[in-house]
Each structure stands twice: as C-alpha cells, then as structure tokens.
Design a protein. Sequence first.
Length: 120
Amino acid sequence: MKKVTLVLSASTNPNKYSNIAIKRLIDKGIGVVGLGIRKGTVFGVTIDNEKKEYKNIDTVTLYLNPKRQEEYYNYIISLKPRRVIFNPGAENLEFEKLLKENNIESEIACTLVLLSTNQY
C-alpha cells in the first residue's frame, strides 16, 4: 500500500510553495492528494475543496497559518496520519499538542528542504 501525503492549502498557482511541493513529491514517487480553497488539477493531482475521507495518509503537510488551521484540527486527526509537517509560517503549538495527545508526530520543517535533502 502506497503512502500518501495530503497537501493542505494546495494551489494551482505555480508561485505557491504548496504547488512546488506537489511537484517535488511526485518527482520523488510519493503519492499526493490536495485540499485547497478551489478545485483544480496540478501535475495530474486533483485538488479538492471539501474535506474527504482520504485513505492511507502518511503525512499531512500544512501551508496554512495557525488561525486557518483550527477548522481542520478534527479532520486531520480523523485521517490518522503518521505525522504532520508545519511548514514555515504554519507553526502552531496548540495543534502540535493536540496531535501529540492523539499519538500523531509533528514536525516543524520545510517539506521542500526535507525532500531536497532526502530526509522526507
């Protein structure tokens, strides 16, 4: 079963880091699903605009500021990912605590750096 990464705040805009992350994840052979404000497709990945019950989510990589993350707390926990990555600007101590209470790892890091240094 292939591990999948959920990119939260995925965008079709090529100038957004979430868009670049989708491309780099695909390049590394990692399964990707996207959740964003608008539906779309980027690099063959469908971006949904509603919370779906994705299966096999290993990692959630966040590109949302802490205030916007609040509506996703329960949703992300319900997906039971192995870890959540807080990209620069997404750091959130409150959510990190909730994740820990639910036995989900959290990491303050940059997905792009982790991928480029083979630490993903």
